[in-house]
Ligand binder design. Structure first.
Ligand code: SF4
Length: 361
């Protein structure tokens, strides 16, 4: 048995060094059999196809939660309030501008807008918000306007086709819609925990519509609920196939992939957090498996210092987040000392550089 293990490990290493792809059964084998060191080394082989060994980039960013009202009722969510709850909110533009100004003052220029499925907010609210932001800040900042699932909810609520809704957002100055809301792209998982948050097909079709409309989007994943290894692999398979189809057709694909971890506090599902070790092993598997996505990101928001060690498990990029109510309510702790976070990256052996997104370098 030991001989077979050694042979399989050598075969996989050779395969990756030859620029070949990891198959699903091999990913499963690695998960069960590879040491942490091996996974790190294998992830570096694929990372090395895109980046120099000590290269790493980051964004200083803030998530702005514009509303906490949501009717999707995912059981793992610690953030949402129902429409009649007294502590539900919708932020006005002045509040949002003040959040932007605060981050700009400390050198940040990237924002993510994340709220919920709020039936009171029609597309006019978003068009007004995003065009006002563009008018006030021009191209000195950039933002993820919404997640894929929020976008789909709004389009359906307003009885617009995805194409119609995307055209309106694009005209309002939107360049990016983040791949948030994917969690685990396996319908079995979605039925268990978030039946109102769309099927895998609905989610992926919307990703394709976003890209076809000329906007950019990203791949995401969240692990650490009760998902099985097969559901995790289903997710990676779905994303890899999607990216293959896009790139082989000469179309724009997903810009990056970010996996973060579930925080189990203050919600219906509860449970225990997975270890950072498990996160890093999974991150390495993502890097090895998703060989058609260049940017592999590691989650400082949910993994703090351990996330920077993710640069040794295949990641090349990270956010330094300033705020995100959704994960903070679920137990995430934000580190606002930017230099300290960068030092963690340096201690891990990397030379982190601030990355521009649609902005002059
Ligand atoms: S995770 Fe998102 S979609 Fe689900 S209940 Fe929370 S805010 Fe709503």
């Amino acid at each position: 048995m030991a001989i077979q293990t050694e042979q399989t490990s050598k075969e996989i290493r050779q395969q990756l060094e030859d620029g070949k792809r990891l198959e699903r059964a091999q990913a499963e084998w690695l998960w069960h059999n590879a040491s942490d060191q091996e996974l790190s080394e294998l992830s570096k082989i694929v990372r090395g196809r895109f980046f120099k060994a000590d290269e790493a980039t980051y964004l200083l960013m803030r998530i702005i939660n514009y509303t906490n009202v949501c009717v999707a009722k995912c059981d793992y969510c610690s953030f949402y309030r129902l429409p009649k709850d007294k502590d539900g909110y919708v932020r006005d533009k002045e509040y949002i501008f003040s959040k932007i100004d605060e981050l700009v003052a400390v050198g940040g220029n990237f924002f993510g807008f994340n709220g919920g499925f709020n039936p009171k907010l029609r597309i006019d609210y978003y068009v007004d918000l995003f065009s006002s932001i563009r008018k006030r800040y021009g191209d000195t900042i950039e933002f993820y306007a919404l997640t894929v699932v929020e976008f789909l909810y709004i389009a359906r609520l307003c009885q617009l086709s995805n194409q119609e809704a995307l055209k309106m957002l694009k005209e309002a100055g939107v360049n990016w819609i983040t791949g948030g809301g994917a969690e685990i792209l396996a319908d079995s998982f979605r039925l268990r925990h978030s039946p109102l948050k769309y099927t895998v097909k609905e989610y992926m079709d919307t990703q394709a519509d976003i890209l076809d409309a000329g906007l950019k989007t990203t791949g995401t994943m969240v692990i650490g609920f009760d998902e099985t290894l097969q559901e995790r692999l289903d997710h990676l398979d779905t994303v890899r196939k999607f990216q293959d189809e896009r790139l082989q057709a000469g179309k724009e694909g997903l810009f990056s992939f970010l996996c973060w971890t579930y925080k189990p506090y203050n919600n219906e599902l509860g449970g225990e957090e997975i270890s950072s070790r498990e996160y890093l092993r999974h991150l390495a598997l993502c890097r090895i498996y998703l060989d058609n996505i260049k940017f592999m990101r590691t989650s400082v928001l949910t993994q703090n210092q351990a996330a920077l060690n993710g640069l040794n498990y295949g990641a090349n990029d990270f956010d330094i987040p300033w705020e995100d109510e959704v994960t903070q309510l679920a137990g995430a702790v934000i580190e606002k000392d930017v230099e300290r976070v960068l030092d963690y990256a340096r201690q891990a052996g990397f030379n982190p550089r601030l990355r521009a997104v649609n902005l002059p370098q």
